[in-house]
Design a protein around this ligand. Structure first.
Ligand SMILES: [Zn+2]
Length: 158
């Protein structure tokens, strides 16, 4: 009877040690550039800047914002527009008649059955909006229709 008890204890011990958890194999691959953006940006910023989304008009924080300063890329802080270039277009998005020289890139965008010129940050490639030819005639005639979430305002020093 004593021997049976020992065998029982031994078999429990063996079966327990046999069930030692196998180490989980690492399946996570190297984080991609897009993964890094997902961490850095808010979901709204990611949707617009990286997936070329558009915020709803009249909802962004800068469409009626006319203080002195500069607007930088919300993702990489590249200076994009000055407040002097901003004008009240009533389209519901922040509108500028020009970008700071060399700060943006232009790409033809044929999505949604329209031919538009997409404007992206020259430094990080983030989507900013589109540029149209219906801006103020007395300056450049251009309207950089820009998403508020893609930019960040830095007030001019007093
Ligand atoms: Zn940028």
């Amino acid at each position: 009877m004593k021997n049976l008890f020992v065998i029982l204890i031994m078999s429990i011990f063996i079966s327990c040690s046999g069930q030692e958890k196998k180490k989980e194999t690492q399946t996570a691959s190297t984080p991609t550039v897009e993964d890094a953006w997902k961490v850095k940006l808010t979901p709204e910023q990611y949707e617009v800047l990286r997936e070329k989304g558009t915020e709803r008009p009249f909802t962004g924080k800068y469409w009626k914002h006319f203080e002195k300063g500069i607007y930088v890329c919300a993702a990489c802080k590249n200076p994009l527009f000055t407040s002097d270039a901003k004008f009240d277009s009533d389209c519901g998005w922040p509108s500028f008649d020009q970008a700071i020289k060399g700060s943006v890139k232009y790409t033809t965008d044929n999505s949604f059955g329209m031919e538009r010129i997409e404007v992206t940050c020259a430094k990080c490639g983030g989507h900013l909006g589109h540029v149209f030819d219906d801006g103020p005639a007395e300056t450049t005639g251009k309207r950089f229709c820009t998403n508020s979430v893609s930019i960040q305002f830095i007030p001019a020093k007093q």
